[in-house]
Design a protein around this ligand. Structure first.
Ligand code: PMP
Length: 369
């Protein structure tokens, strides 16, 4: 049976993904009683002072890490990013005829599909012709100046393609970003966005809480006719406490953001580490192009999800099975891309990536002709 002293594997899962060990240890230590409370975070009212202190600290940490100004509300919602696929169009069309979607992978495509149930969608860009291996150059996006908003996914988790900077919509058109799989991996200029959303289970905590950063004037657009849970204005006016929020997930998010601030030293330091980790794996791909074929075009490579194929299905299966024996787990690629996907989010230690890099080299040396 697993216990606190059992060895942990390096888990390359796309999500839910690894959490920092010190966060898990602290949660373990406080599991039976939060300091001074005599009960766990799961057993107290979301309106108790002890929980209000936690959610306020979680919000303050996010504001500090990302430099989020008072012009924005920070919401702690449920329903995952998929609910945001619907909430974004339900709240933000606000009388406009159409919204722009930039589609660089499976998640952007699904977000556009959900928006079509609410209003007209204009595909401002798609990389479908090359099985989503790239992000657009700035001039390639066909923006509609009258769009309600521009939606894009800054890191496509399945394909492993990532924007290195955000698109610039026409003046007055808000930018909406699905940042589910790279939220908090580096600093972004929040002022460039109307709304950023991210499910927590990659970089920000466990599944159950979804973070939404929304410009306050956009939250005001929500119609009172919307079902109440779908209404951003309501969540903002209730400080995410309108219904019982996912208290445990918010508590872990607070511990993760404490870790980013106090142990990692902020998002610039985190980004340096993330780039270093990704480069270690991409260097192996670049050194062995006949054996490991990266899915993403070089300029669009993700720092979070490294996707590649091997010369055959047999070798892919052998790679994944042998990696497991080295305690390198959850490396199977998504069926739409195939091959291998190594998700190396914030909490994946450098040593885990070093172990995978060394394994990749050994495997190649054994099996390449
Ligand atoms: N967007 C992206 C980029 C994702 O990676 C995911 C989950 N893998 C989702 C949306 C959907 O998130 P959820 O399962 O929380 O609804």
């Amino acid at each position: 049976m697993a216990n606190a002293t059992e060895k942990r594997v390096y888990n390359f899962s796309p999500g839910p993904a690894m959490l920092p060990v010190s966060v898990l240890q602290r949660a373990r230590d406080e599991m039976l009683s939060l300091p001074g409370v005599g009960a766990s975070v799961m057993e107290i009212s979301h309106r108790s002072q002890a929980f209000l202190d936690i959610i306020e600290a979680a919000e303050a940490n996010l504001r500090k890490l990302l430099g989020i100004s008072d012009n924005y509300a920070v919401l702690f919602l449920q329903g995952g990013s998929r609910l945001q696929f619907s909430m974004v169009p339900m709240n933000l069309y606000a009388g406009k005829k159409s919204a722009d979607y930039v589609v660089t992978g499976s998640w952007g495509k699904q977000a556009a599909g959900e928006a079509k149930k609410v209003g007209a969608v204009h595909t401002a860009y798609t990389a479908a012709d090359t099985n989503f291996d790239r992000v657009p150059a700035e001039g390639e996006i066909d923006f509609d100046p009258d769009a309600a908003y521009v939606h894009y996914c800054c890191n496509e988790t399945i394909q492993g393609v990532q924007f290195n900077g955000e698109p610039t919509p026409p003046e007055g058109v808000p930018l909406v970003c699905d940042a589910s799989s790279d939220f908090l991996h580096r600093k972004v200029d929040v002022e460039n966005y109307g709304l950023i959303y991210a499910c927590a289970q990659k970089n920000a905590g466990p599944a159950g809480v979804t973070l939404v950063v929304i410009r306050k004037d956009l939250a005001e657009l929500s119609s009172d006719d919307l079902p109440i849970y779908m209404n951003y204005k309501w969540h903002a006016s209730e400080n995410s406490l309108g219904n019982t929020p996912p208290t445990f997930a918010i508590y872990i998010n607070k511990l993760v953001t404490d870790w980013l601030l106090d142990e990692v030293g902020g998002l610039d330091a985190m980004y340096e580490q993330n780039k270093k980790k990704a480069l270690m794996l991409y260097d192996v791909l670049d050194a062995s192009p006949d054996f490991y074929k990266g899915h993403a075009q070089v300029e669009s490579r993700s720092v979070m999800n490294v996707t590649f194929n091997l010369p055959s299905d047999e070798l892919t299966k052998a790679f994944i099975a042998e990696a497991e024996k080295h305690d390198l787990t959850e490396l199977k690629g998504h069926r739409s891309v195939g091959g291998v996907r190594a998700s190396i989010y914030n909490a994946m230690p450098v040593e885990g990536v070093e172990a995978l890099r060394d394994f990749m080299k050994d495997f190649r040396d054994k099996h390449a002709n």
